[in-house]
Design a protein around this ligand. Structure first.
Ligand code: 3PG
Length: 306
């Protein structure tokens, strides 16, 4: 049994060691492909792998074609928009994620960026505090719930929208449920985005929502760049010089946006939300365990494809 860890953006070394232990103790072999720069390297490495563990690495039909022995691909993390699920199903491959394992890391980054933006990039001018400000959480999944927990510590007034989450779950977390995205953007000084990138959500946050935000608003996106309508974002930032935008990771038109709006916008150079030792260990080891469990027993409870 061969398990390939293929990460263009590597896990912390300590996480890889933990994964190695899980894999080798199960009598399997670990192959490691880190910081690869071409798809050809991935296609070659995956040729004899029984399991593949990835992060935001793209697994499309070509990769699945090349992976003749592959039975399972585990995305060590939450979002699996980088896996072609239909192709995985067509190739008889189980596609899985590791929900919740890196959510605290992402939630902490939300506040790291929010404080930095509220304090004007620490440039010496007077900023504002998060305490007593309204926070709207768009999607109340694992990350959104961690954001709410931390926001309580900051003393924020928290509301959330999530058509898939019962109001009672939000209420138990001290969060006011709202039932429209429009209301969430209209009423909250800070909005934090936690929706997945799906055909329905791609480009769904644009001019109307952003320009409707209250005076001095801050939009924080630690989800996916694809959920933003970049043209609409640019128009909203143009129309509303009081609004700021911070994102992990940079939009497609990052250079143009940065040039136009300067310190009113901030982008991480690489996706940093889950880039902590703890998140790497949690998600990496969970992925290794899931890969081994599937190969040895067929355990499939985190499967995300049909
Ligand atoms: C996720 O979906 O889990 C996060 O976006 C983390 O992505 P990464 O593993 O590429 O850092």
């Amino acid at each position: 049994m061969k398990v390939l860890i293929a990460t263009e953006k590597p896990f912390a070394a300590v996480a890889v060691e933990g994964m190695r232990k899980v894999i080798e103790e199960a009598g399997a072999e670990l192959a490691l492909l880190e910081k690869y720069t071409s798809k050809a390297e991935l296609l070659a490495a995956v040729a004899d792998a029984d399991a593949l563990i990835i992060r935001s690495d793209k697994v499309d039909a070509e990769v699945l074609d090349a992976a003749r022995n592959l039975k399972i691909v585990v995305r060590a993390g939450a979002g699996y928009d980088n896996i072609d699920l239909e192709a995985a199903t067509a190739h008889g491959v189980s596609a899985q994620n590791t929900p919740g394992q890196n959510s605290n890391a992402v939630a902490e980054l939300v506040f790291g960026m929010a404080v930095m933006m509220a304090r004007n990039m620490f440039n010496g001018t007077s900023g504002w505090e998060l305490k007593d400000k309204t926070l709207g959480i768009q999607a109340f999944g694992q990350v959104g719930r961690n954001v709410a927990r931390i926001a309580r510590g900051f003393g924020m007034e928290i509301s959330a929208v999530d058509p898939y989450c019962p109001d009672s779950v939000m209420e138990e977390a001290g969060v006011t449920p709202v039932h429209s995205v429009e209301q969430l953007y209209r009423e909250n000084r800070v909005v934090s985005i936690h929706i997945p990138a799906t055909p329905e959500t791609r480009g769904s946050i644009g001019y109307d929502l952003i320009a409707s935000m209250p005076k001095g608003a801050l939009l924080v996106n630690t989800a996916r760049k694809e959920v933003i309508d970049e043209e609409g974002l640019i128009r909203a930032l143009d129309a509303r010089p009081d609004i700021k935008y911070a994102a992990d990771v940079a939009p497609g038109r990052a250079a143009e946006i940065k040039e136009k709006f300067g310190d009113r916008v901030f982008f991480t150079p690489k996706k940093m939300g889950a880039q902590t030792a703890e998140a790497n260990i949690n998600a990496g080891i969970a992925a290794a365990r899931q890969a081994i469990a599937f190969l040895t027993t067929g355990e499939d409870r985190y499967r995300v494809n049909k």
